[in-house]
Design a protein around this ligand. Sequence first.
Ligand SMILES: *Cc1c(COP(=O)(O)O)cnc(C)c1O
Length: 435
Amino acid sequence: MQFVSTRGSSTVSLDEALVNGIAPDGGLYVPVELPAFSTGDFAAARTIPEVARVLLRPFFTGSSLLPDLEQVLAETFSFPIPATDLPGSNRHASLLELYHGPTAAFKDVGAGFLAACLTRLEGDEAAPLTILVATSGDTGGAVAAAFNERPGMRVVVLFPDGRVSERQAHQLTCWSDNVLSLSVTGAFDDCQALVKAAMADAALAGRYRFSSANSINIGRLLPQSTYYADASLRHFRMTGNKPGFVVPTGNLGNALACIMAREMGLPIGPIVLATNANRTIHEYFETLEWIPRASVQTLASAMDVGDPSNMERLRNIVGEADVLRDCLGVLSVEDDAIRASIRQDFEDFGFATCPHTATATHTWRQLEPELRGAHDWILVATAHPAKFETIVEPLIGETVPLPEELAEILSRPSRAVSIDPSLDAVAAAMDEHFH
Ligand SMILES: *Cc1c(COP(=O)(O)O)cnc(C)c1O
């Protein structure tokens, strides 16, 4: 399979798309065409790695990674992704639990796949590849966990001091020597600017081989289609119905993976995007004009995106707003509704949801009765509520039990180097740690 930039026409292999991350013209890589499947193609695929093998193999034709595909998928899908039935709805509804990975959020899937691929393509113990990542919370932990102790690979995580939750901070700072965690006395934007400056700095580039692992890498997106394929196939085999999906959405990566699975022929019904108070996508569907803006802070902080970069891919793969809104729904959910939904979920289901997941359960309750009653629904749970216990616990009046993986991580010793938001400080910390 070849990949092409959303802004250009020259094509690259999967290997190049993974290593480059972003295309040289500033566009995002998309497959030149999506493979087409029927449900029968998956008849023998009963586990997630088996579904992934059928679904992702066409993307690996011509890639040097093809002989390792089996192993890459085993490393990526090393934890369960179950769909749990929700009680008390007239049509079947279930919760797709994407939070059983090492850092208890769905980003573990994309980060794990990217780490498995990049280590094989670029891992070099004599001249390690250094992944730079700026994070406001979830991404950095998933990337650090995925690259931890991988030979020939290093990670430098930059996070804003005091602006991530205590548990998130721990997930950013509890790794082996190949991961350097920098606590920056500044904002997330400072961290992002420092990553850009470091990658562009000639002196640093002479001492380090840099790459990034941000959410626009196609390697984060491809494996995410797998869990939509698997969940829809299981539901379809059981009931004969194509389930609809409600997907909590920020930068549109996870939702795009769902849309791609449907485009490839998987048995998926309506797809509804649940956003927080960041309304850029919502307004695009209403006005047909794309007006990115600064993000606003919400309780569902991992979805605080005012300029979702994957929209460029979505328009390229599916079409412009008038086409898009015929095949997608979208609802923007304010913080008050998120709080109410967390309480309602606890009452109705007997367990808590995280603030991101609560945008999906709220959206599902708000669907037009006709639409809601015409389909079975799978609501996507993007993170474990114990990651956001300071928001969730006061709302439900109970402690959220820690899942085993998270408890294990929180029991490890943590260490971070505190630095000023300056490139000199980043360089000094890296030289000190890695040499
Ligand atoms: C990143 C994230 C999201 C948003 O996903 P996108 O792919 O950016 O739309 C939602 N929930 C959680 C918990 C996340 O970490």
